[in-house]
Design a protein around this ligand. Sequence first.
Ligand code: BJW
Length: 239
Amino acid sequence: MNVLILTGAGISAESGIPTFRDANGLWEGHAFEEVATPQGFARNPELVQEFYNQRRRALLNPEIRPNAAHVALAEFERDHLEHGRGDFLLVTQNIDNLHQRAGSQNVLAMHGQLLQARCTYTEEVFDWTADLTADTPHPEDPDNDALRGCLRPNVVWFGEMPIGLTRIEKAATQADLFLAIGTSGVVYPAAGIVAQTSPECRRIEVNLDDTPASNAFDETIRGSASVEVPKLLNHFKAM
Ligand code: BJW
């Protein structure tokens, strides 16, 4: 059985990371055009860097840890691959590292990673845990003043190309089981993955609420990811 998982902000909500579109979400107080587009970054880099600096600092708080849903996915993958039961790919829209910290191996972070910075000139990517500012020196050429402030968060904003689309499309067409967990189904191309799966694929959505994508799924499970995902994966174990 080939398994494809798609996760969104809802899976990390119970780890203490706010979602985007729920009440008290990450964009409360911001228009998404201000903080999640290249145009917004060009207009006001300080605002955008500070938005991500705060989120980076929050992610590094030791109290933010993977929850039961992240752990269940990692354990399911390990067992699935160890027993040669088929392919497994976990596509996450989240820029936190909670899947990786839970032990997931085949993770494709299609919207990038918060603990990485990217040089806007060379596209080089660096692991990054500090704040980014207009004065941050280039890590490999710190005395070069022309490169000061060239780093941006290595994340995918609206209008930018998500990461790994060819691999995602291949996994979708070959999947026997597709689970979409904690995503509002409004951001493309992630929201279109379900439509790339074959008619034989079993498609299940796990979310607290209905989403605009719910009708595209064979089954919808209403509940919190930390409760429903371990139960669901236990059901599919050994298949
Ligand atoms: C729980 C829970 C619990 C809560 N348990 N559930 C086709 C049609 C229309 C538009 C487009 C289209 N194709 C492309 C577009 C344009 C655009 C788009 O989608 N716009 C729509 C908004 C209309 N897409 C893009 O621009 C993408 N790029 C692209 O297509 O490029 C093409 C291209 C071609 C040629 C040249 C160049 C490019 C890029 C999209 C990038 C999205 N980036 C962001 C920010 C990332 C960095 C960051 O984190 O700051 O990604 S936006 C934001 O939304 C973030 C998320 O990953 C993404 C999705 O959000 P998510 O995860 O679904 O979170 P929420 O908050 O929306 O939902 C949480 C859900 O969880 C809710 O449903 C809750 O109920 C649930 N929940 N607690 C279970 N405990």
